[in-house]
Design a protein around this ligand. Structure first.
Ligand SMILES: [Zn+2]
Length: 1007
């Protein structure tokens, strides 16, 4: 209090108050209703009734302002938002939003696309009448801030636009279908924003455009409402779990923001980018009572602008502060979510120069009011959670709605108060993205025109297109300087001293005309950089429990060449913008026989199924014809007109060469196998990514549950190949075979009834979710293989097949210390003559999530080898040197038979001792065949986290195990995952197309 007398201070306070009559001493508009506006008494009364404790609400939502013209959510719900027993379908929510649109010029509804099952998605804009009238002018202003090249990076011009533009805050609800509260909260929020005349809400309405997608996972929402209605109709019974959410995936619908393979991701991305929104705020409900995970925990994604990291803190802590003042317990930020993976829906904003936000509020998975008991770690007071949730409470959907709305309204108000700051940041982030080449780099990524996999290259570029990244194409050849590669540290001190090679020099690389250039001087350079760069998660990172995948490098996972170029000369290369990437395909040359090189491109499988009556053969050896080299596995197509083939090949980006004479090479037929894809009723998500891939490739398949398998006694009569993708859910023999216990409880039906019209959609149905594969199903699968079928498994289903004894000579082992958390690993090709390997190279990347660790043995029933510590192969103490034999005094020496060595991925040779009465020795033609193995420990990591990788290094990654007349093809990697692993799809497709020739090129051990 020095230098300022009392009277002056009093005067200042008085003047301050006088200048801001509606504000407190710090000029903040107080939250709460406008006493002059009447309240909807009946509605308000029920808000209070359904709120279980007085501290589970706030002055922002403990009343509803009345309107003579605008209907409240009651018009559609029949009760207030969050009322017990009421969950609206998406179309009811939309109907209400459209009623609002009719009743007030402050609401506009936009259709933003359809789901996989054809349901509509919407975005609702709520703002002042004037703001909504001027949407286009405003969009033009925001577009200039979003792309600062439009104003030549002129900061003064940007400031002018910042002063004039109205920012856009985009809220998305219920992407996770069992998290049910958001739609009603967002209905009421829209009403409040449109109707409430309190200064607090009016400031939001005048200052910001609130954009709302009330239901993101529309297909899943409608199923969830069905399940809830079933539950209400059968109150004393257990109810089915939500086994399908969307058509393909469940919880992983919030892991699609990299590949953008689901319609919901694409629709939200288009809306976010199209509206030039500043915030994308996604609502979830799995943590009591409001966890703002915007701040999260470390490590932060390495490609975000640090300005965003600051914004996360500022907004998140403000949110906690505002709600703490309301006395609402259990509101916190920080916590155990790390902000590394960009796969979350909200991350669309983070890597498109906006602000990503996410709430976890507390939901009951339906609209019942229930007693909820928390775990000690949930109600513990921590430094970031000073007013923690209570150990046990009665909790209602209304409570949840109160938290969601209060959080959103305080956020919207804070955002509006600081809108110039956030708009300026929006501009700055875009500007800094545009200046990336001259700041942190790189200058560009280049995808060379001579990549042997043009169709896969196009798939990868189409991901970038969906991400709104600008793609260019060089009109002439060019070269760039690549930085010198650091040599890998030699493992031993000894080797280091002996190495005298000169330090590596920078190299140049030539790229042909037509190469694709992803310039980094564009506003959305960060998303391209994040997808194409490599990731490194240190095993020493303080964060020991990564929240999701740690690596995702798209070029590696697509098996497509991507060059990271730091040489800024690349930006001067003459180039054109590409509007639509499409690989060039079609027939060239003369002749009636057609050859297609096999480069492990999934498009080949599509072509096989498309030309179902063509005769197609695969070459078992490389050959040359028409002056071209064709690798092993290349297709030879007969019986199709050139025109048909040309059209199909052009559409698929497949290059075909016409030949005048058939090449002299051994071939076998490539058939369009009849495929069954098996799912459990435990979880359909991980297999859902496989369905998505097959559908995208237009490869037909029958979709069968384990229960159906149990009922089909002659599987071979219907199918050639059975795919049994990973289950997740810790699915071992017990869970998959026995299912959920049926000895008690009631059947849990999953089928369409008048009560539940949406459950099945385009998927599968059952009278009772609980029964599993059963021992009949096990027997049917085993018979299927014995009689010549191909069973293909991955990760946990590989372990399952081995536990059930489907294949001799392969076993799985548990890891001791290994930690590979959704990482990109390197594999090596072991058997290039196997049809499964057709088109692959010596090295290739794959997605791995902790194995399983597979090992081979030549002895039935014996566990395979693994490397644990140094091998004891050294000679014993005695005469001579380390390489000499010892001697025994008093008798002539005898040379020990040489021990046959084998690699860790191989079946160990059979020893003389094992051959004695060797009834367990697996005959060589029946031994498993390793197609791919994991790379050596030092080469294993491509992207992400690997700790203790030597436990799996060199072990088999893909094994073809003969069994009876058929095969079990076992994957330790997951070859089909989240639309991100296009490079390994062909391993599965090769197994499918060559199902009756998998033994091609097989070389058996002599004994
Ligand atoms: Zn969620």
């Amino acid at each position: 209090m020095t230098g300022l007398g009392w009277s002056k201070l009093v005067l200042l306070v008085l003047v301050g108050t006088a200048l801001a009559p509606r504000a407190g001493a710090d000029r903040e508009t107080p939250p709460g209703r406008d006493p002059k506006q009447p309240v909807d008494e009946a509605y308000t009364e029920r808000i209070h009734k359904y709120t279980t404790e007085p501290y589970f609400t706030s002055p922002l939502v403990d009343y509803l302002p009345a309107s003579k013209t605008v209907p409240t959510p009651q018009a559609v719900l029949g009760d207030v938002a969050g009322a017990p027993g009421i969950l609206p379908y998406a179309e009811d929510v939309y109907r209400y939003m459209r009623l609002l649109e009719k009743a007030t010029p402050r609401v506009k509804v936009f259709s933003i696309g359809k789901t996989e099952e054809g349901r509509e998605m919407i975005a609702v804009a709520v703002s002042s009448e004037e703001n909504l009238k001027n949407l286009e002018e405003n969009r033009a202003r925001l577009a200039k801030l979003a792309d600062p090249r439009a104003i030549k990076l002129d900061d003064a011009e940007a400031d002018k636009l910042v002063g004039e533009a109205v920012p856009i805050y985009y809220i998305t609800g219920t992407i996770h279908s069992p998290e049910t509260g958001a739609p009603t909260a967002l209905m009421e929020l829209a009403y409040r924003l449109a109707v409430d005349e309190s200064p607090y809400i009016k400031e939001i309405r005048d200052g910001t455009i609130t954009l709302i997608t009330p239901v993101v996972e529309v297909d899943g929402r409608d199923r969830m409402v069905d399940v809830y209605k079933w539950h209400l109709a059968h109150p004393k019974q257990f109810y089915p779990w939500l086994v399908y959410w969307g058509k393909y995936v469940a919880h992983d619908n919030n892991r699609d923001a990299m590949g953008v393979t689901l319609r919901l991701t694409e629709n939200v991305l288009h809306t976010y980018v199209g509206w030039k929104a500043q915030v994308l705020h996604d609502l979830h409900e799995s943590v009591p009572y409001l966890y703002d995970n915007t701040i999260g925990d470390e490590p932060y994604n390495a490609w975000i602008d640090p300005i965003l990291a600051d914004e996360w803190q500022v907004i998140g802590w403000n949110n906690v502060a505002a709600m703490t003042k309301f006395g609402m317990p259990g509101v916190f930020a920080h916590g155990d979510f790390d902000t590394w993976s960009p796969g979350y829906l909200m991350f669309i904003a983070a890597l498109h120069n906006g602000i990503s936000r996410l709430y976890e509020t507390f939901g009951n998975g339906g609209a019942d009011t229930e007693e909820r008991t928390l775990q000690p770690e949930q109600y513990a007071r921590t430094w970031y959670r000073q007013n923690p949730p209570l150990p046990k409470v009665l909790w209602s959907q209304r409570d949840n709605n109160n938290y969601e709305e209060t959080g959103l309204l305080t956020s919207l108000h804070f955002f509006t108060e600081n809108k110039q700051r956030f708009l300026k940041n929006f501009y700055l982030k875009a500007k800094r993205s545009t200046m990336k080449p001259s700041e942190e780099g790189p200058a560009a990524y280049v995808l060379p025109a001579d990549d042997p996999r043009p169709a896969l290259q196009a798939e990868l570029l189409q991901v970038l297109e969906r991400q709104a990244v600008e793609i260019s194409r060089a009109t002439s050849a060019f070269s760039v300087t690549l930085p010198a590669k650091k040599p890998k540290e030699p493992a031993k001190e000894k080797d280091r001293k002996e190495e005298k090679s000169p330090p590596p020099a920078p190299t140049t690389r030539e790229f042909p005309a037509g190469s694709y250039i992803i310039r980094m001087d564009q506003p959305y350079s960060r998303i391209a950089d994040a997808l194409l760069d490599h990731q490194y998660w240190s095993p020493d990172d303080p964060q020991k429990t990564p929240y999701d995948d740690t690596g995702w490098t798209f070029g590696e996972l697509y098996h497509v060449q991507v060059a990271r170029v730091t040489d800024s000369k690349v930006l001067d290369v003459p180039m054109d913008r590409v509007r639509e990437v499409h690989a060039r395909g079609g027939v060239k040359g003369e002749g009636t026989l057609f050859a297609i090189a096999n480069r492990a491109e999934p498009a080949l499988a599509t072509l096989r199924y498309k030309l179902h009556d063509a005769s197609i053969e695969a070459a078992e050896e490389p050959f040359e014809s028409a002056g071209k080299k064709f690798n092993r596995g290349s297709f030879l197509v007969r019986n199709r007109s050139r025109g048909d083939l040309d059209r199909a090949a052009a559409e698929l980006g497949v290059q075909v060469t016409a030949l005048t004479a058939p090449p002299e090479v051994k071939t076998h037929p490539v058939r369009a196998a009849r495929i069954a894809l098996v799912h459990t009723w435990l979880s359909t998500q991980t297999e859902g990514w496989w369905r998505l891939a097959l559908d995208k490739l237009a490869i037909p398949y029958a979709y069968l549950s384990t229960q159906a398998i149990a009922k089909i006694s002659d599987l071979n009569g219907k199918y050639d190949v059975i795919l049994f993708p990973p289950v997740g859910y810790n699915a071992g023999v017990d869970a998959v075979v026995n299912g959920i216990p049926t000895a008690w409880g009631n059947p849990l039906p999953w089928k369409n009834t008048p009560e539940t019209p949406n459950l099945v959609g385009k998927n599968d149905a059952t009278d009772d979710l609980r029964p599993g594969l059963g021992w009949d199903g096990v027997a049917h699968l085993q018979e299927f293989v014995e009689r010549g079928g191909v069973l293909l498994t991955a990760m946990d289903t590989s372990s399952l097949a081995l536990s059930l004894g489907f294949a001799d000579g392969v076993s799985t082992q548990n890891a001791n210390k290994m930690k590979i958390v959704g990482s990109v690993v390197e594999m090596r090709l072991v058997d290039d003559a196997s049809p499964i390997a057709y088109g692959y190279e010596e090295k290739g990347a794959a997605y791995c999530d902790n194995g399983p660790i597979l090992s081979l043995s030549s002895i039935a029933g014996q566990r395979g080898r693994r490397r644990l510590g140094p091998e004891m192969r050294a000679r014993p103490t005695g005469r001579g040197s380390v390489d000499d034999p010892d001697f025994a005094v008093g008798r002539p020496g005898m040379e020990a038979p040489e021990e046959r060595k084998s690699e860790i991925w191989e079946s160990p040779p059979v020893s003389d001792e094992q051959k004695r009465n060797g009834f367990r020795v697996i005959p060589p033609p029946r031994r498993p065949r390793v197609i791919f193995r994991y790379a050596d420990s030092k080469d294993l990591l491509v992207s992400g986290l690997i700790e203790g990788g030597d436990e799996i290094a060199q072990h088999p990654a893909v094994v073809d195990a003969p069994s009876g007349k058929g095969h079990v093809v076992l994957f330790s990697i997951n070859p089909v995952y989240r639309g991100e692993t296009w490079g390994t799809y062909a391993m599965v497709l090769n197994a499918i197309l060559n199902f009756d020739s998998l033994n091609a090129g097989r070389k058996d051990a002599a004994e």
